[in-house]
Design a protein around this ligand. Structure first.
Ligand code: PLP
Length: 399
């Protein structure tokens, strides 16, 4: 599935274009998913009910956290998390300039100000703890980390800064479902799963993520106070759900806070439960393919392969390489397209987007260099080794 700028029905030309020989990503779907959807249809209950509860319980167990709150998508997860943490107008949220735009957009949606920090290095493109120390102000209410490509940020260092400064820690874990954090000296949270590393973590189940339901998201937390607020915010601040009333557990309800409708429905939850069963195997396969890519590409002069020295257990969401320079990237991207091999770029530097022109002066030179050279190559569990070979051969023609 690929993101479209503005959705319009595909015309003939589009269909030809989307006829990639090797797509960027592909669903790991089979009969199991069809049966799960049919199970929901047969149950005659479509929104939050037993499927959502089951998916939440299993997701929480996988992450090793007390609470998992299913929501409509990853952006809603970020939005509700910021609100539950009490962030609003006049507050700052320190976050990576190298990220999907969702966290930055939700920062602005709640009336807060994003402050963009640079990455550690081209080898390790997650937010730098030194940058965080430099950019913290008395108005900083939260720090967002993004586990780029499934490789976790420097959580021990960042967590200790957050504890010292009484700042909330939010994981944008959309790439990292099933990743486990590793620290060389076993400092906490060494050994914990992504989703259990901060105050709250946000996941996405968009169609190209490791766990895909189409639209969908999850918030995980160990904090009872946040979980309660998040459940209220998800469903209009109401004290009971339609399901509770359907089951005869409740008659009326009160509205105790001003909330939203960010609920997940039963069909997406049923798909999520099936996908969760495939997660470990799918991530392991991504890991094998990543190793294969690396073995073939590491000899290419001038190219950079991020996270080669990474020690944790990554979900291997993205296979990312940096071209020696922008021109080489342009040439290779064109050549891959000719071969009908789909690529992407994760991500442009957020302060360079038109809507973020107020932040254009953000001092994030490494992010800008990374954004100018990065390309994302196809990676998904159903990909064959022969396909990896083909992609690498095209890269090998770089001059
Ligand atoms: C996908 C993604 C999001 C947004 O999730 P949606 O479900 O598309 O709203 C946020 N952050 C990152 C890093 C993502 O990859």
């Amino acid at each position: 599935m690929r993101r479209r700028r503005n959705f319009s029905p595909p015309n003939e030309n589009d269909l030809k274009m989307s006829n990639w020989r090797i797509p960027l990503s592909d669903l790991d779907y089979g009969q199991e998913e069809s049966i799960a959807v049919q199970r929901v249809l047969d149950s005659r209950w479509l929104s939050m009910g037993t499927e959502v509860s089951r998916f939440e319980e299993q997701f929480a167990a996988m992450c090793g956290v007390k609470h998992a709150i299913a929501v409509s998508n990853g952006t809603a997860a970020l939005h509700l998390s910021f609100l539950a943490l009490g962030i609003g107008s006049g507050d700052e949220i320190l976050q990576p300039a190298l990220n999907f735009v969702a966290a930055a957009n939700m920062t602005i949606a709640i009336g807060a100000t994003p402050v963009f920090g640079d990455i550690i290095s081209l080898d390790e493109p997650t937010i730098s703890p030194d940058e965080i120390k430099k950019l913290l102000t008395p108005r900083t209410k939260a720090i967002v980390v993004m586990h780029y490509g499934g490789y976790s940020a420097r959580m021990a260092e960042i967590k200790s800064i957050c504890n010292d400064r009484h700042v909330a820690l939010v994981e944008d874990a959309c790439h990292a479902v099933g990743s486990r954090y590793f620290h060389r000296q076993n400092l906490p949270p060494h050994g914990s799963m992504v989703g259990a590393l901060g105050d709250v973590a946000c996941f996405s189940f968009f169609g190209n993520k490791n766990l895909a339901t189409g639209e969908g998201g999850m918030i995980t937390t160990d904090r009872d106070d946040l979980a309660e607020k998040l459940r209220k915010l998800r469903s209009h601040g109401m004290t009971t759900l339609t399901w509770d009333r359907h089951m005869g557990h409740a008659n009326g309800y009160d509205v105790v806070t001003n909330g939203f409708n960010c609920r997940m429905d039963e069909i997406h939850a049923a798909l999520g439960t099936e996908q969760l069963k495939k997660l470990k195997k799918g991530n392991a396969r991504r890991g094998e393919l990543t190793q294969l890519y690396r073995a073939k590409l590491s000899q290419l002069a001038g190219w950079t392969l991020p996270f080669l020295k990474y020690k944790g257990d990554s979900s291997c969401h993205l296979m990312v390489v940096l071209a020696p320079d922008k021109t080489t990237r342009t040439n290779i991207l064109a050549r891959l397209k000719e071969q009908r091999i789909q690529t992407s770029q994760h991500y442009p530097c957020i302060p360079d987007f038109s809507a973020f022109s107020k932040w254009r002066l953000s001092n994030v030179p490494l992010t800008r260099e990374f954004a100018g050279r990065v390309m994302t190559l196809p990676l998904y569990p159903g990909m064959t080794e022969k396909m990896v070979d083909e992609v690498c051969q095209t890269l090998g023609t770089a001059k």
